[in-house]
Design a protein around this ligand. Structure first.
Ligand SMILES: NC(=O)c1ccc[n+]([C@@H]2O[C@H](COP(=O)([O-])OP(=O)(O)OC[C@H]3O[C@@H](n4cnc5c(N)ncnc54)[C@H](OP(=O)(O)O)[C@@H]3O)[C@@H](O)[C@H]2O)c1
Length: 329
């Protein structure tokens, strides 16, 4: 089959190229898929650069999520058959014509949902679901601040926050991303290039501040995040695009009784990823099927142009998901 391989781990996206590699073989509890679409994630960029190697036992091929058609089923697979349309969080192997997926992670694609829409859902909706609902415990009427509101994770978090009935605030780096986030339901949008979000939060809440923050920036927002949280506020750290090392005023965490949590998706054991998959299917998929929430696709690149897709993501140009059309290798 054709798949994207990393020539020599490097900072630039041109280390990615299409190559002929051996077909994957489905294990007893797995299905083999003809991949129709896969989607990019920031973790893929880190893996490409050599800083985030594939998990033990996972495919070396990049690509954490995919949608495709079942070509073969393993001997112990009970719930899926050849020809089924499925999507899921693969843990690796998505940038390819063929991939394997464990039965417990493979979700039937709902009627009316395209392969592309399906491929753009798992990583960001699972992550935002874990951050906003499971860890953040966001409640109706609470204020939820989502950083990088135009990112894939941010877009999912805005919609989940609104579904819960929270008041959703976002930060983003352009007027256009702020406008698009507002169209998705964000009630307060802050262009971080023009205003300090901590100042806006303090002023517009009369000092009451926000209850939950979904943060993907880390160091650069750390102090401002702690200042922006209300008493008993929750900070859920999901990404570190602004750096990982920081010094902090621990006093604020004590005096405000803050809860600080982190989450990752890729390195979790299968049993966790299966539980997160079930939680999404129970709580969010029905809302997507009913049109209350939607995945946002920014752009689609042919599989062979994965390098250009990575470059586009590195330039922060996307609002929503960047997909690879794996039928166009
Ligand atoms: N923990 C997990 O399980 C998990 C899972 C998935 C993703 N993530 C993390 O979530 C984050 C978002 O991922 P994604 O795939 O949704 O990203 P994405 O769609 O590529 O969007 C990222 C956006 O973040 C903004 N940004 C980038 N660097 C920034 C900085 N230093 N300061 C402020 N804003 C910055 C940019 O938008 P602007 O134009 O607004 O600046 C950029 O377009 C990443 O850190 C990723 O690693 C974590």
């Amino acid at each position: 089959m054709k798949a994207i391989v990393v020539d020599a781990p490097g900072k630039t996206a041109d280390s990615l190229r299409i190559a002929e590699v051996p077909d994957p073989v489905a294990g007893d509890e797995e299905v083999l898929l003809r991949v129709h679409a896969s989607a990019l994630n920031r973790a893929d960029m880190m893996q490409r650069m050599g800083g985030y190697p594939a998990q033990h036992g996972a495919s070396e091929v990049l690509g954490l999520e995919l949608a495709g058609e079942v070509l073969e089923v393993g001997s112990r697979v009970r719930s899926l058959s050849v020809g089924d349309r499925v999507y899921g969080l693969s843990g690796g192997g998505g940038y390819a014509e063929l991939a394997t997926l464990h039965e417990s992670l493979a979700m039937p694609i709902p009627e009316g949902m395209s392969y592309r829409e399906a491929a753009s859902i798992p990583e960001v909706f699972f992550t935002a679901n874990t951050a906003v609902r499971t860890l953040g415990e966001t409640k109706p009427g609470e204020r939820l601040l989502v950083h990088a509101g135009g990112s894939g994770v941010g877009i999912a978090a805005i919609q989940i926050g609104r579904l819960i009935g929270a008041e959703v605030w976002i930060t983003a780096g352009s007027a256009e991303k702020c406008e698009r986030a507002a169209e998705l339901g964000a009630q307060v949008t802050i262009n971080y290039r023009e205003e300090s979000f901590a100042d806006v939060v303090r002023e517009r809440t009369d000092g009451r501040r926000v209850d939950v923050i979904l943060d993907v920036i880390g160091r650069d927002y750390w102090d401002a995040n702690l200042r922006s949280l209300a008493t008993a506020g929750r900070l859920v750290l999901v990404g570190l695009m602004g750096g990982a090392q920081t010094e902090t005023n621990l006093g604020l965490i004590l005096s405000k009784r803050l809860r600080i949590m982190g989450t990752v998706m890729r390195s979790r054991p299968l049993i966790d990823r299966a539980a997160i998959t079930r939680d999404y299917r129970e709580h969010l998929e029905p809302a997507i099927v009913a049109g209350q929430m939607c995945p946002i696709i920014d752009s689609v690149f042919p599989l062979r142009e994965a390098a250009a897709a990575h470059q586009y993501m590195a330039e922060n140009r996307n609002f929503g998901k960047i997909l690879l059309d794996c039928l166009d290798a």
